[in-house]
Design a protein around this ligand. Structure first.
Ligand code: AHR
Length: 505
């Protein structure tokens, strides 16, 4: 069977502006994300604050615009006051989410300082598990207020005269999940989030707030959770959160690579639910989506259970250290394409997470930092996926998998960056069975030429990178044709493709 894909992109077929915050990420007090990840004072590359410079360099390479902190499940029993002020007086605490010990040597001021160094914005989460309105207010006052008030003065006494001015705030984390400390029913959470949001906006009307959506699409309470909670929070918040992880648990790669279709369905369902509440409330406001946890997560599950059984309450054990292979990079590419395709409503997203914990960047406590396979699709999207997302008019041959029907062999999207006059196509050939003859017509870009064609192709699907070397990395491809505005190439089976065009200057 001949496999083919024909795509048209047109400068006028705009989906929407891609918000830079689509390429955000996440650092949780979990495993080695903080300790021996971003913070390791005894590491040879540590700077004056104890931050690993090798990690800072890799994070900068990814150009991450916003990083969510400090959790995740961790935040639902976190006492932020434990992590500020003189280190000598900070106390270790039990972290119930991950059965570890939090030494509190790194807290919010260290994170804000680190974020400045890497050139990223902070997205802070408040504890709505075991705490509530008052504590969220105190934290916001500590972070954002310049007044002669208790928490504002406390921040100043800790050496931070100027407020941190943190704009983006999550109202708790996965509050629908039975595993969450202080989990709530939709009605309970809706009321609490509404009152917290109301009070936070009284303190600082410029903050942007994220209401908790379902922990993942297969929660039994999805999408009723969204409908009920938004009834309470709709007028007070700016985003609703989405979380989703995938894994090739059955070693069925064809089906695994179709899972981005589920992600797309999830996004469409959340949009529909938001718009239902909008209609019901006769509101003029459109709710935006913050897909603030997404990735592949399954490789480390078994190992993590053993670690927790063996050693409860240890500091920074190696939890959730998924080692990603080539097929994971392909799915991450497909998930990025899905996010870009919905960038008119998904205005923020966080690859979960950033360092060591289900992360594109890994560290060796006694050695260097290195890039996982998934680092690259994220890097390409973050570098070239800013601007206007263009509707891909795409006709491709299709296949069925064990659990998905009518799967397009190729999924693709394009982003036009008017500032630097570039267009980039991101495409994955997810067919396991054959190369695809790929053709794209560029309309409205008559004086453009190919700048480069980057691929990740030809690797063993299970090939991984490690501290010893990067087996899986991008390469430049030169066997393509570009004639009269039409680009053609043989797109290898199981490949990640980034085709960059720029205006003839
Ligand atoms: O990212 C790891 C965990 O996944 C987060 O703590 C939680 O929010 C989600 O379940």
């Amino acid at each position: 069977m001949k496999r083919e894909a024909r795509m048209i992109i047109d400068k006028d077929y705009v989906i929407g502006e891609v918000d830079d915050k689509l390429y955000g990420s996440f650092i949780e007090h979990l495993g080695r994300a903080v300790y021996t990840g971003i913070y390791q004072p005894d590491h040879p590359t540590a700077d004056e604050d104890g931050f690993r410079r090798d990690v800072i360099e890799l994070v900068k390479e990814l150009r991450v615009p916003i990083v969510r902190y400090p959790g995740g499940n961790f935040v639902s029993n976190y006492f932020w006051e434990d992590g500020v002020g003189p280190r000598e007086s900070r106390k270790p605490r039990l972290d119930l989410a991950w059965t570890t010990l939090e030494p509190n040597l790194f807290g919010l001021n260290e994170f804000v300082t680190w974020a400045k160094k890497v050139g990223t914005e902070v997205m802070m989460a408040v504890n709505l598990g075991t705490r509530g309105v008052a504590d969220a207010c105190n934290l916001l006052e500590y972070c954002n207020i310049d007044a002669d008030s208790y928490y504002s003065n406390m921040r100043k006494s800790h050496g931070f005269e100027k407020p941190h001015n943190i704009k983006y705030w999550c109202l708790g984390n996965e509050m629908d999940g039975p595993w969450q400390v202080g989990a709530k029913t939709a009605a309970e959470y809706g009321r609490l989030a509404q009152e917290t949001a109301k009070a936070m906006k009284m303190i600082d009307p410029s903050v942007k707030l994220v209401s908790c959506g379902s922990s993942f699409m297969y929660m039994p309470t999805f999408p009723e959770w969204e409908a009920v909670t938004l009834e309470h929070t709709y007028d007070y918040v700016d985003y609703i959160s989405m979380h989703q992880y995938y894994g090739n648990r059955d070693n069925d790669t064809a089906d695994y690579l179709a899972m981005s279709m589920d992600m797309e369905q999830f996004i469409k369902s959340v949009i529909a639910t938001c718009d239902y509440v909008k209609a019901k409330k006769r509101s003029k406001k459109t709710m935006m989506l913050s897909f603030d946890e997404w990735n592949v997560w399954y490789h480390s599950n078994e190992a993590d259970d053993k670690i927790k059984e063996r050693k409860p309450w240890s500091i920074a054990p190696p939890l959730l250290e998924d080692i990603y292979n080539f097929e994971d990079a392909l799915l991450v590419g497909l998930m990025l394409i899905t996010l870009i395709k919905h960038s008119d409503r998904v205005k923020m997203a966080c690859l979960a997470q950033l360092v060591n914990v289900i992360a594109p960047i890994m560290t060796d406590e006694k050695g260097g930092a290195w890039r996982q396979t998934i680092f690259y699709p994220f890097l390409h999207a973050s570098a070239y996926g800013r601007g206007m997302a263009l509707h891909p008019i795409l006709h491709a041959t299709r296949h069925d998998t064990s659990k998905h029907e009518d799967v397009s062999d190729v999924d693709a999207v394009a982003v036009y960056n008017p500032e630097n006059e570039e267009v980039t196509i991101f495409a994955v050939n997810r067919s396991l069975d054959g190369d695809v003859s790929f053709e794209t017509e560029l309309r409205g870009f008559s004086d453009y030429q190919v700048l480069e064609y980057i691929v990740m192709e030809g690797y063993d699907l299970k090939a991984v990178n490690s501290a010893e070397g990067e087996n899986v990395r991008p390469a430049a491809k030169t066997d393509y044709l570009f004639d009269n505005g039409t680009f053609t190439a043989n797109m290898k089976k199981c490949s990640w493709n980034v085709i960059r065009f720029g205006r003839n200057k």
